[in-house]
Design a protein around this ligand. Structure first.
Ligand code: SF4
Length: 118
């Protein structure tokens, strides 16, 4: 069973993500071995983001927890519901955290807290 982290960045154009280095955010989590796999996606709430999520979670038995750092977790639940329903992925295995308007260090800490507490 694996733990994964997805970073979503509103196409990289939204000012909410301009105070952080998203690559360094992901690298900091990777370096500490807190997750088994990670990816940065430009826009998970777009149609191809839906396809990405449903394809990734098709192997649902192998994914224990899927952490997603991006926008508000409640928004995430609504936006990703169809993709998870399509793949049959248990949505209670999705844990979201809002990292908008954070610095690199703040985003890393927010993700670490999410992982630690879930
Ligand atoms: S899922 Fe959230 S963080 Fe990702 S592009 Fe959509 S609004 Fe932005």
């Amino acid at each position: 069973m694996k733990k994964g982290l997805l970073l979503c960045v509103c196409q990289g154009t939204c000012p909410s993500f301009h105070n952080m280095n998203i690559f360094e955010v992901g690298n900091a989590i990777r370096r500490e071995g807190l997750i088994d796999f990670m990816a940065i996606h430009p826009q998970l709430c777009a149609d191809d983001g839906d396809v990405f999520l449903s394809t990734l979670t098709e192997d649902k038995a192998n994914i224990d927890k899927l952490y997603i750092a991006g926008c508000d977790p409640k928004m995430q639940q609504k936006m990703f519901r169809d993709a998870f329903e399509r793949s049959g992925f248990d949505k209670t295995k999705h844990f979201g955290v809002d990292i908008r308007n954070m610095t690199t260090e703040q985003a890393v800490n927010a993700i670490k807290n999410l992982i630690k507490n879930n």
